[in-house]
Design a protein around this ligand. Structure first.
Ligand code: SF4
Length: 380
């Protein structure tokens, strides 16, 4: 792993805990539902042992602190607080990270997680909606009461330790009116949260949702997003990425690593890593838990310069800071304006803002971001 790493640049860590109680109907991520497995505790024990070994060997190879750590899933809460704490003790062997975030589902959060308060700096909680009907459409385990109970508990933890709270919502759910979506935004923001992620429901191939529901019309979806973004702004949330809103400047540092194409190591089934600076290498761990347990390994994929530029545009243009042209030429030894200005001139002027130093997308451009990036990458 060290051979791909740029030693001058920070490195972050992502741990993928792939277990869920049941599968949500919209989910196309790799995860293993445990509710019907008789071997649930055996498989989580085996997984934990392998992950602990993998993490120890990476920490000993790097011998330096991780800049940020994110424990995601699945539902990492299913591993239990003492195991999460132990993994973090291993990760902190050469110093604590600037930010450590753990995801958890509302129905799993209980008082026992108070023991983690000194180990994490953010908790990210998947609320998705406060409406029982819409939670049922999504196939979530938690109902409205569980979501409210979890938010109150997190607020109590926050009073003790001062960590940050990220809350996630999904919108554009079939049969959800814009008034109901606005109510979800207002209810979540009425809690003492620092960060809100608002995702438009996606209909992924292979998800149960696609078998029984239809996505909204694209224009209606975009109109709804604009109304919700405006409401979030009026509630004091700054949109710093397409789906991410921070209150009081509390950006999620780990996500900024992804969006700035920083270095990170991902451990766990289907976790991805991205290493290097001017030349990038993407690594992916085994696809599923069983193969991860029996023989953990990485597929290594060096990116061509065009692939790396594509990745850079796809990530940086999601943010309010956009492409920093100096950073672009340092990284790729290419001039951004020479490569793209003729293509940019053909875009609708309402889509972007282009100065000597930065190229960013405006709201209208963000709504058609993929088409813009495709147009920019054409014949590169
Ligand atoms: S909890 Fe998350 S990872 Fe698990 S099934 Fe639901 S959406 Fe997918």
């Amino acid at each position: 792993m060290k051979e791909y790493l740029d030693p001058q640049k920070d490195v972050s860590l992502y741990l993928h805990i792939p277990f869920c109680t049941t599968k949500c109907d919209y989910c196309a991520f790799y995860s293993l539902p445990l509710s019907k497995r008789k071997d649930a505790s055996c498989i989580t024990d085996q997984f934990y042992e392998v992950l602990e070994k993998e993490l120890t060997s990476v920490v000993e190879e790097l011998k330096r602190p991780f800049r940020t750590i994110f424990i995601g899933g699945g539902n990492p809460g299913l591993l239990g607080p003492s195991r999460i704490k132990n993994l973090l003790d291993i990760a902190y062997a050469y110093g604590k990270s600037d930010e450590t975030t753990m995801e958890i589902n509302p129905e799993t959060l209980d008082e026992s997680f108070a023991s983690l308060l000194s180990h994490v700096s953010r908790i990210s909680i998947g609320i998705q909606s406060f409406s029982d009907a819409h939670l049922r459409t999504l196939g979530r385990n938690a109902d409205r009461d569980a979501n409210i109970r979890a938010m109150r508990l997190l607020e109590a933890f926050k009073t003790e330790s001062g960590f940050k709270i990220n809350g996630d919502l999904i919108t554009n759910i079939p049969r959800q009116s814009i008034e109901e979506a606005l109510e979800d935004v207002e209810t979540l923001s009425s809690f003492n949260i620092d960060h809100l992620s608002l995702y438009s429901l996606t209909f992924e191939e292979g998800s149960r949702l696609l078998e029984r529901e239809k996505p909204l019309d694209e224009d209606e979806e975009a109109d709804n997003l604009c109304i919700l973004w405006d409401r979030l702004a009026s509630l004091g949330f700054e949109q710093y990425e397409v789906s991410a809103f921070a209150r009081g400047g509390n950006y999620c540092a780990h996500n900024l690593v992804y969006w700035n194409l920083g270095q990170y190591i991902g451990l766990g089934p289907s976790a991805e890593s991205s290493l290097g600076y001017s030349s990038l290498v993407s690594m992916r761990q085994n696809e599923d838990v069983e193969s991860f347990i029996s023989s953990p390994s990485f597929d290594v994929l060096p990116l061509s310069k065009t692939e790396a530029v594509e990745e850079y545009l796809l990530t940086t243009l999601r943010t309010k800071w956009g492409v920093n042209k100096k950073e672009f030429s340092l990284r790729f030894e290419e001039d951004f304006d020479e490569l793209f200005s003729s293509k940019i001139r053909k875009l609708n002027a309402n889509y972007y803002s282009d100065s000597e130093d930065v190229f960013t997308l405006k709201r209208d451009g963000i709504l058609v971001m993929n088409q813009i990036i495709l147009a920019m990458l054409m014949d590169l």
